[in-house]
Design a protein around this ligand. Structure first.
Ligand code: GAP
Length: 535
């Protein structure tokens, strides 16, 4: 699929516009147009309905350890700044960092330096964490090793200049990372203070600085006690939230894939530590099924389990659900959703103070004076099981999805080009969005075949009655073949036409967007026919 064609369709038909378009746009910000807002809302509604409101808490789910409950929250975008200190975002979302794909180590971009070394026609930039003599020695040792040379052969190495900062190097493919054995393993630098700052109140001093949330998850963690105290929910249960998140991404790109303002659909699922791994597997598979049920089937969708060495030590599993977006090189996938086993890291951090992710067992991170670097709330976030009397800190499984990325993936998957007959029966090429009926912005379009003989009146009557239940569209302008084509491009699954026969026997034709089949239905049955087909 050609991404440019989809981008052009999205603008032409009102799915997506660049934000502030008439002023030249703002990078990383997107507006959903009349069709886009319906599509994205349907994605979010399908998620909320499937995960929360239609969840049956009385039945043990297939492959789940036990029945469980689900509920929801809608938290504020701006929260107490301490939330982000204890969550780790304040420290971590800071500075430009580069990650080594080989050693899994992360370095401050401006703290690495290196030297160009060449041998036998190959030139590499040997990066090191130390400077001065130590840095030069380190670079020499590693260059010799890389080129399979002995110390006594070091005069065969050609050095180009002294140590210089990595920030001066544009192309990282020739860089040998400080702990890597091959060049080209360092990622592009990413700034880690991705949080947008703003000021609360009129005075606006540094102490009034707050942040726009970079994820919806923390609102759930800090409300865990409120939810337990105000409901009859008992563990295991999940709390869901859909809402805007903001990240000042360094390189927003690929349409809405990496935006600076986007929406997340997150669940924090609280369970007993002993069953947490089984719950992790349950949620990983359940979330994968959600995408396939809504049409992202096939080899463009994959579930990728993180390797053991990619996991935090407090986690027994993390998986990404990924989609082969057409803007990525062949064979590459982009993340749609992450499902993470987070242990008790988050609740403990908000209770005791930010934990040091590297400590094992997890301990509160201390400052130079030996005090907690970021103090927790001090509130008791433990849970007491009434039946057994056991008190424990629940473990958390976090399925975290992006509403914009899911919407984009559904659009990419749905886009297709084929042929359909025009009014004279001649085959013409057409563009069609084969969206799942639950996601389609418009569920049905109603047309009079011609604009006379009482057909518009009958069609409008049907349109009005269907509109009470669904987003339907009425169109009487132009040739009927062209009207079909416009609805195909919008992804409308059914077109209902009032024709001459309708006037005599109260029947209409329904046309299926994908199969192009048409069949007659009594007008009185149109509602139930749509009801059955739009599930
Ligand atoms: N609470 C965990 C969390 O936020 P994440 O992997 O950073 O995890 C979860 O984000 C999901 O949010 C991603 O899988 C993606 O779908 C979406 N997302 C993250 N950053 C995004 C961005 N800049 N633009 C659009 N969607 C984004």
């Amino acid at each position: 699929m050609d991404m440019e064609k989809l981008v052009s369709l999205c603008k032409r038909r009102g799915f997506l516009f660049q934000s502030s378009d008439i002023y030249g746009g703002l990078q990383g910000f997107w507006d959903y147009g009349p069709l886009g807002v319906e599509l994205k809302r349907n994605v979010k509604n399908a998620w909320w309905r499937d995960m929360v409101t239609s969840h049956d808490e009385s039945t043990q789910p297939a492959n789940g350890p036990s029945p469980f409950e689900m509920t929801g929250l809608d938290c504020t975008i701006i929260m107490h700044p301490q939330v982000w200190k204890c969550s780790g975002h304040y420290d971590l979302f800071h500075d430009f960092m580069v990650d080594c794909r080989e050693s899994r180590k992360r370095y401050r971009h401006d703290q690495l330096q290196g030297r160009w070394a060449a041998y036998n026609g190959q030139r590499i930039f040997v990066a090191t964490e130390s400077g001065g003599e130590e840095g030069c020695e380190n670079a020499t040792r590693r260059a010799l090793k890389y080129f399979h040379l002995r110390t006594k052969q070091q005069d065969r190495l050609e050095w180009d200049g002294d140590l210089q900062p990595l920030t001066a190097i544009d192309d990282l493919t020739a860089v040998l990372g400080p702990d890597a054995t091959e060049p080209g393993t360092l990622t592009e630098p990413r700034e880690f203070n991705l949080m947008f700052k703003t000021i609360v109140g009129a005075l606006g001093g540094e102490e009034d600085t707050v942040f726009l949330r970079p994820e919806t998850a923390q609102g759930i963690f800090v409300n865990f006690k409120n939810v337990v105290d105000s409901t009859r929910l008992r563990i295991p249960f999940g709390i869901a939230q859909i809402g805007k998140s903001f990240r000042n991404e360094i390189t927003p790109r690929n349409f809405t894939f990496r935006s600076r303002e986007f929406e997340q659909m997150e669940i924090e699922f609280f369970c007993h530590p002993d069953s947490s791994h089984a719950w992790y597997q349950y949620w990983r598979d359940r979330r994968m099924r959600w995408y396939t049920d809504l049409g992202l089937a096939g080899d463009r969708l994959q579930l990728r389990e993180h390797d053991r060495d990619e996991l935090s030590h407090y986690s027994t599993g993390t998986a990404d659900i990924e989609y082969a977006f057409p803007f990525l090189p062949d064979g590459e996938f982009g993340e749609l959703e992450g499902i993470a086993h987070r242990g008790d890291f988050d609740l403990r951090s908000h209770m005791e103070g930010k934990l040091d992710e590297k400590s094992q067992p997890l301990e509160v991170e201390l400052d130079e004076e030996g005090n907690p670097k970021h103090r927790g709330s001090g509130k008791d976030l433990t849970y007491r099981d009434e039946a057994s009397g056991e008190r424990y800190i629940p473990h958390v499984i976090e399925p975290s999805a992006g509403a914009d990325r899911a919407t984009l993936a559904f659009l990419c998957e749905a886009y297709s080009e084929d042929e359909a007959p025009d009014d004279k029966g001649k085959m013409q090429s057409r563009t069609v969005l084969k969206l799942h009926p639950r996601l389609a912005p418009i569920k049905a379009a109603v047309f009079p075949l011609v604009k006379k003989d009482g057909m518009p009146e009958k069609a409008r009557e049907l349109y009005r009655s269907l509109k009470k239940s669904w987003n339907v569209f009425y169109d009487e302008k132009g040739a009927v073949g062209r009207r079909y084509r416009r609805q195909d491009e919008a992804g409308t699954p059914y077109c209902i036409t009032v024709d001459g026969e309708s006037l005599t026997n109260d029947t209409v034709t329904i046309r299926d967007r994908d199969t192009l089949k048409q069949w007659r239905v009594e007008i009185a049955q149109c509602g139930s026919e749509l009801h059955d087909r739009l599930q």
